[in-house]
Ligand binder design. Structure first.
Ligand code: IMP
Ligand code: MG
Length: 177
């Protein structure tokens, strides 16, 4: 059986300060806009819940879920939407909220699909960015923090669906080597 250890990369206090900075930028930029936060399930849920409570403007929230396998009516390359938004976005200034941009493959595809639906504007906010791993270029409008090319869990991010509930962001290490 695999044996993992966790090393804290960002404490809850450090995460909170990053989220506060992002919310301040969003509060400045979205005055007089019709803001719709779109979270990518499931990784963004904890970040979304903290970020939205620091946004002091009227806003709405929706979620979308994608996977690189399985069956769905909407596809883009190998990425499929498995749970779509609940409403039309054409009247909204959409801000996609993501946990981490890694290869950029899933995200660039989702951004293309959402852009085709004709929102008033569309931007991306990610808590974490792993630029070393990028395969597909994605423009990040609001970036929390760049991290090294390590596999991280906690604060919504998982390994095999586990560790999402950790309050810190941790590097997952395989101690069996
Ligand atoms: P992409 O490679 O940028 O398309 O990222 C796809 C998804 O993989 C992200 O939204 C995350 O949910 C997940 N992911 C990428 N890197 C990590 C990581 O270090 N830990 C946990 N999940 C990750
Ligand atoms: Mg994600």
């Amino acid at each position: 059986m695999d044996n993992f250890s966790l090393e804290v990369l960002l404490s809850p206090e450090q995460i909170e300060s990053v989220v506060t900075d992002l919310a301040e930028q969003i509060n400045r930029d979205y005055k007089d806009k019709k803001l719709l936060l779109v979270g990518l399930l499931k990784g963004s849920i904890v970040f979304m819940s903290d970020l939205m409570r620091k946004i002091k403007l009227p806003c709405e929230v929706d979620f979308i879920s994608a996977s690189s396998y399985g069956s769905s009516t909407h596809t883009c390359g190998t990425v499929k939407i498995t749970k779509d938004l609940s409403a039309d976005i054409s009247n909204y200034d959409v801000l996609v909220v993501e946990d981490i941009v890694d290869s950029g493959v899933t995200l660039s595809c989702i951004l293309d699909i959402l852009r085709d639906r004709g929102p008033q504007s569309i931007r991306l906010c990610t808590l974490l960015d792993k630029p070393d791993r990028r395969i597909k270029e994605v423009f990040v409008d609001y970036r929390g923090i760049c991290i090294p090319d390590k596999f991280v869990v906690g604060y919504g991010l998982d390994y095999a669906e586990k560790y999402r509930n950790l309050p810190s962001l941790c590097v997952l290490k395989n101690i069996d080597g």
